[in-house]
Ligand binder design. Sequence first.
Ligand code: GLY
Length: 352
Amino acid sequence: MEKITVSVARPYDVIVERGAAVRAGELISEVKKPCRVLLVSDDNVYPIYGGTVTESLSRAGFTVSSFVFEHGEASKNPSVLFSILEAAAKESITRSDLFVALGGGVVGDITGLSAALYLRGVDYVGIPTSLLSMVDSSVGGKTAVDLPAGKNLVGAFHQPIRVICDPDTLETLPEYYLTDGAAEVVKYGMIADSDILSMIVSSGVESNIEELILRSVKIKRDIVERDEFDRGDRKLLNFGHTVGHAVEIAADFSVSHGRGVAYGMTAITAAAEKLGLAKDCSEILKKALEAAGLDSSLPPYSGSELIDTMLRDKKREGDTITLVIPSVPGECRLQAFPVSQLGELLFGEVRP
Ligand code: GLY
C-alpha cells in the first residue's frame, strides 16, 4: 500500500492499493468515526462495486444509503446536484456524517460539490474508479457541475478527507476510458517527469499502471500543495487543455477530454518548438501518445474554428491568456500571451 499525503490546510492521504475498494470501510474508519454515509455513484459503476463498498462500510460500522444517477457528463448538472442534496436531507445526513463518491470524474466532481454545499460543508471521501479520476480529478479538491454555457462553471474548492485508489477497478474500465485517462498521465510526463514518457514509450500504459498512477498523483500533490487555490503553479496542470477544450467544444463533445488534451498538447508543443521556446519535445510527446493509444496529430480543426472558443475560456484574463509552454520533456512553464496573437502563435493564422 502507498499513502501519499496531500499537505493542504486540512491534510489528507491518497491510498493507492490493489483491492482497496474491498477494504473501503476499514480505510475510511481510520479517518472517520462510524456515521451515516451517503454513497453516490452512477449506473455503470454502482452495479459493479456498489455492493462491495456498501458491505465493507457496513462491516466497519457505517450506516449506508445510496444515490445512483445516470452515467455520463450530461448528469453533471445543477438538477442532479440538487437531487443528491435532497437525498442527503431525506436520509437525515448531519454535519458529522459523510458523503462517499464511488466512480469516475463526474461522480467525484458532483459529489464533492454536494459535500461542499450540504449544511455549508460535510466531509467526503473519493473512491475513483477511472484512470482520469485517479490521477487528476479526485486529488486537489476542485469540485463542480456544468451549466449549459460551459463545463465546470459552478464549483467550489473542497478537499476530501481521504482518497482510495484501487487499480484493480481499472480492470472493468472500458479500454476507451483507460486511453482517455492516459492523456493526463502523458501530461504529467511532459510537465514534471520525463521518466513517465520513457516508461510509456517503452512498455505502454497498462503494464506500468500502478507506477504511473503513483508518479502522477505525487506530481499533482506537489502542485496542489504549492497552489491549492489555482492562482499560480496549478495552472501547469492545464498543459494542452486550452486547445483541447476548444476541440471538445468544436466537436460538440464527440471528442473526449483526453483525446482533446492529446490534440492540445501536440498543438502547443509544435508551436513552442517553432518559436524556439521548446527543445526535443514533439518527438517524445508523439511517441508517448501513440504508445498510449492516442492520436498524436494536430487538431482536426482550423485555428479560426478554435480561437473564438479559446477566447471565451475561463483561463483568459482580460487581453491576455496564460498558456502552458513546454521547455524540455518533463518541464513546462506558464507564459502570458496577448489574445490577439493566439491564432498566429498556435496555428500560423493572422486574425483579420
Ligand atoms: N484538473 C486540474 C486541477 O485540478 O487543477
